[in-house]
Ligand binder design. Structure first.
Ligand SMILES: [Zn+2]
Length: 230
């Protein structure tokens, strides 16, 4: 019985590996595609921007490179990711289920990133920035950059978000003052993670700093902002 249970669980969890899962029914072209190395990076780095785009009527998709099994159960983390993404209004998600902590420039990973981009051909793509302190984040940036270089004639905007390491040079600032509470609520849905580290406190502080300081420098002071590298 136990064995059968384990088999059934395996069958269920592997059913959608690499397939799109619809969270909100939609038609038409996807505008924004977010690459998230682990469940929760999407919310931390650009959750305010995601929900702002949705409020503008644009369609948003998220690809999770790994299911974050290095910091909890993959099944639990995927469930939390779906719940948080749905809360932000994300239309569809895809779990690639590559090994947490094991991303590299291997063609298997590059091919999956390329496929996701080719399937949607979005106008804007988000990934972590290349100087992030976590190797999976750096590699995700490099995989997206290399995939785009292999698609001549297709030139989406590629913006790079902050997670573990704040950017030194901010290339784009997004005022998320009206969306901060929704972002923090989505982040708190990653219960297994915020119970270990108070990410919500860290990101509220960083987004406040970006709004006040970078906002002032850009001539658009605001309460909360997300910063991106170009
Ligand atoms: Zn991460």
């Amino acid at each position: 019985m136990k064995k059968l249970g384990a088999l059934l669980l395996f069958a269920t969890t592997s059913l959608h590996a690499g397939e799109w899962i619809t969270l909100h029914e939609h038609t038409g072209k996807c505008h924004t595609l977010v690459f998230s190395p682990h469940p929760d990076d999407d919310v931390i780095g650009c959750g305010g921007t995601i929900t702002k785009r949705v409020a503008e009527g644009k369609r948003v998709a998220v690809v999770y490179m790994t299911s974050g099994e290095g910091a909890g159960s993959a099944a639990v983390r995927e469930r939390e990711a779906r719940k948080a993404a749905r809360h932000l209004g994300v239309h569809k998600v895809k779990f690639l289920r590559f090994p947490d902590g094991g991303l590299s420039m291997h063609r298997r990973f590059l091919g999956a990133v390329l496929s996701a981009i080719e399937e949607l051909r979005p106008s804007v793509i988000y990934s972590p920035h290349g100087d992030d302190g976590h190797s999976d984040h750096q590699v995700t940036y490099r995989l997206v950059t290399q995939a785009l270089q292999s698609m001549p004639g297709y030139t989406p905007i590629h913006l790079k978000y902050e997670v573990w390491t704040p950017l030194v040079q901010v290339g784009h600032l997004e005022d998320i003052s009206g969306f901060m509470s929704q972002k923090l609520a989505a982040l708190r849905m990653h219960v297994s993670q915020v119970s270990q580290i108070a990410y919500q406190d860290a990101i509220e502080g960083l987004n406040k700093f970006r709004g006040v300081m970078d906002g002032a420098m850009a001539g658009m002071p605001c309460t909360y902002a997300e910063a991106f590298g170009k």
